[in-house]
Each structure stands twice: as C-alpha cells, then as structure tokens.
Design a protein around this ligand. Structure first.
Ligand SMILES: Cc1ncc(COP(=O)(O)O)c(C=O)c1O
Length: 248
C-alpha cells in the first residue's frame, strides 16, 4: 500500500481450513500480483498450511511472476508436529520467509528477526533497508546470536504454552465451546456461543475481568469467533479458566 499498490484481501474461512482459496482468485488478479503475503501458522486462527498449499502457491508465483512473502513468526509455537515452512517449496517458485525472535524467544521489544530468500532478493533488501530503518544495536545483535543458537529455551516456551493451552481448553471443552483452527501459535480461535456478535460476547467477558479479542477485529471473516492469547502467566491463565467456568 505504501508503494501505491492495490491490496486485495483474501478471507480465511473455516470451510477452507483457514487457507486462502487460491482457485477463487481470477487470472487478471494473478497477473497484476507483485507480492502475495501469507501468515502460517496463522494469527488469529492458529491454522497451519499443508505443504501442498505452499507448493501450489509457489508454482503460481513462478507462473505469474510474483513473490510469496511468508510471515512465519509463529513457526516454532507448535504442539503436535512442527508446521511446514514455505522454504520447503522454494524450488517451486519465488519465496521469501520472514521470521522473528518475538515469539520463539519472547523477545518482542528487541525488534530482531531474519529474511530468508534468493540471494538477488536479499541483496536488494540489504540496499533498501538502511534507507528505511536503523541497524539493530550491538547488544541486540549479540542477544540475537545467543537466542538463535539456543533451542532449549524454545522447547521450554512451547511447554509453557502447552500447559496454559491445556488449562483453558479443558474448561472451554467442558462448557461446549467449539474450538476452530488452533493447531499452532499462542492463540485459541473459538466459536462464539449463541446468537450474540463476537463484540458483544467479548464485552460480556470484559465485565468479568477477561480481555479477549472479538473475531470481527481481524476482518469480516472473523465474525462468529473470538481469540484468546495465551500470553499472561500460567497462574493468570488458571484465573481466566476459573472466570470462564463461572461465566459460560
Ligand atoms: C503474524 C505476525 N507476524 C509478526 C509478528 C511480530 O513480528 P515482529 O515483532 O518481529 O515485528 C506478529 C506479532 O504480533 C504477528 O502476529
């Protein structure tokens, strides 16, 4: 949008596994496409992308000469099996993967991450980047090296999210709340019970001291859902579960 391009948004619908429907995009739109941004594991739905979806999009990128930009911020917050990365489809097309320490290492404030892509694209990015940003401070760079080289803390982080998730899922399931998506990430994407809108439902929980996001805040396709973010402490998540137990 900053470059004056048109932005076409593709809804992520539950019936499509929260994947954009690539077959619904018309030929003219593919021809005009310069970049297709995807985000899997996805915020807010927690959906992951199967490899055949990533390969199909990569093939389209070659056919129509666009770049697949894959935001994989949540790629290490998984529970059953590690999700696929768009990098696995790089031989099929033009793929750039964006990653960050914000989720894997809970280092949000450090503003540190990486882009993985073909050399030509990285060379261009290296030229462009100093004009629009500043280099990370040296202490951030040093901390980043340590964080990327250590997997033990990432495993601990995954375990903590798993425990918080289990605490909340137990009560949500008992109360008959349908869990949609929520395969990976630190989010639970949940069905709004009854006839109320997602905003009305979130406002009701807020009155009881629980802050959740109404699905509609993420776009029209989010109506009918609400999102819980497992970012408070484990004790706070237990308190949230107790509130849900009482309110739902
Ligand atoms: C999809 C997605 N990408 C990226 C980020 C954060 O990335 P960074 O802190 O590196 O800007 C978030 C965090 O909220 C996110 O939800």
């Amino acid at each position: 949008a900053f470059a004056g391009a048109d932005v076409e948004q593709l809804p992520l619908l539950e019936l499509d596994g929260f994947l954009p429907d690539l077959d619904a995009v018309d030929a003219d739109t593919w021809e005009r496409a310069a970049i297709v941004w995807i985000n899997f594991p996805n915020n807010p739905t927690g959906a992951v992308a199967p490899l055949d979806f990533l390969a199909k999009l990569a093939k389209l990128s070659r056919e129509h000469d666009f770049l697949v930009a894959a935001d994989e911020a949540y790629t290490e917050l998984w529970f059953d099996e590690p999700p696929h990365s768009a990098l696995e489809a790089r031989s099929e097309g033009n793929v750039a993967v964006f990653n960050t320490l914000s989720k894997r290492s809970s280092m949000t404030g450090y503003r540190s991450g990486f882009v993985a892509a073909e050399r030509e694209l990285i060379d261009a990015l290296k030229q462009f980047r100093p004009s629009v940003g500043t280099a990370p401070q040296e202490f951030v760079q040093r901390a980043s090296i340590v964080a990327w080289n250590d997997e033990a803390h990432v495993e601990r982080t995954r375990e903590i999210y798993r425990r918080k998730r289990d605490v909340l899922l137990t009560v949500l399931r008992r109360k008959g709340i349908r869990v949609a998506g929520s395969v990976a990430t630190m989010y639970l994407w949940l069905d709004v019970p009854g006839e109320q809108s997602s905003e009305q439902f979130a406002a009701r929980l807020l009155e009881h001291g629980l802050i959740v996001s109404p699905g509609s805040f993420f776009g029209a396709a989010g109506e009918g859902y609400w999102r819980m973010a497992l970012v408070p402490t484990e004790d706070e998540c237990r308190r949230a579960a107790a509130i849900l137990d009482e309110v739902l």
